[in-house]
Design a protein around this ligand. Structure first.
Ligand code: FAD
Length: 202
């Protein structure tokens, strides 16, 4: 429907994270939708909606992968130049290097699963496989991005909070991607039920 349709109203939801888009609660009161606004076939709307879910998850995973790559780059650069106490770059210490290395491995695994999900969505007729991969990619990428950003902030010490280095303000969107567009718990429910054949928990 058009955003100025009669009966469609919105109420802004203020949020505490930096996002390019605004959030709204949306109300539909006797909205009349013309047939020229029909997407897909009449009576088949749910399938049309569901067709959009996998790409949304793949897009969310890709966003997380990009943030992960960016913040690890910032952290690696900083850790190669910053020296504390001993004149040795902090990146030479395993206590700094290993969390970044672990995050890098998680990130690359997430990127592989994201590419697999995107390929299945584009090329495979196996919708179940595409859905499974999209869910797994989104889960893996959201977790990886959170670990990358946390390790990066720790690497920069106090500068991790400095606006100048541009990483702390990514925490909101990274944390959001563990919740939306589908929460990590619902992905785990999906994998438990669909991938492992376990009884449904809800
Ligand atoms: C900034 C932002 C933008 C958003 N944009 C959109 C949008 O554009 N379109 C849209 O449709 N939605 C949007 N959402 C909503 C988002 O998809 C939901 O918030 C998300 O799916 C979680 O649903 P919920 O908030 O209803 O949490 P709830 O369903 O109330 O869940 C609360 C908590 O309980 C857990 N939980 C619930 N049920 C179970 C269970 N059976 N087993 C285990 N754990 C469970 C959840 O994982 C979660 O941690 C947005 C949310 C945010 C914050």
């Amino acid at each position: 429907m058009d955003t100025d349709a009669t009966g469609l109203t919105t109420a802004p939801i203020p949020v505490e994270i930096a996002l390019p888009d605004k959030q709204y609660q949306v109300f539909f009161d006797d909205v009349v939708v013309g047939t020229d606004r029909l997407l897909g076939d009449e009576g088949d709307g749910l399938r049309v909606v569901f067709d959009g879910l996998n790409p949304e998850r793949i897009m969310g995973a890709s966003l997380c992968n990009g943030v992960g790559r960016y913040v690890l780059g910032v952290a690696a650069s900083y850790a190669s130049g910053r020296a504390v106490w001993d004149g040795v770059p902090i990146g030479a210490h395993q206590g700094v290097a290993h969390p970044l290395a672990i995050a890098k491995i998680e990130l690359e695994l997430a990127r592989l699963m994201t590419q697999r999900a995107a390929w299945l969505h584009d090329h495979s007729l196996d919708r179940a496989a595409a859905g499974e991969a999209a869910n797994m990619a989104k889960y893996a990428a959201a977790e990886a991005a959170a670990h990358c950003l946390d390790a990066a902030i720790q690497t920069l010490g106090g500068n991790g909070m400095a606006t100048e280095y541009g990483i702390a303000d990514l925490w909101g969107v990274v944390r959001l991607l563990r919740i939306a567009p589908i929460s990590r718990e619902m992905i785990l429910n999906f994998v438990a039920t669909k991938s492992l054949g376990l009884p449904k928990s809800y």
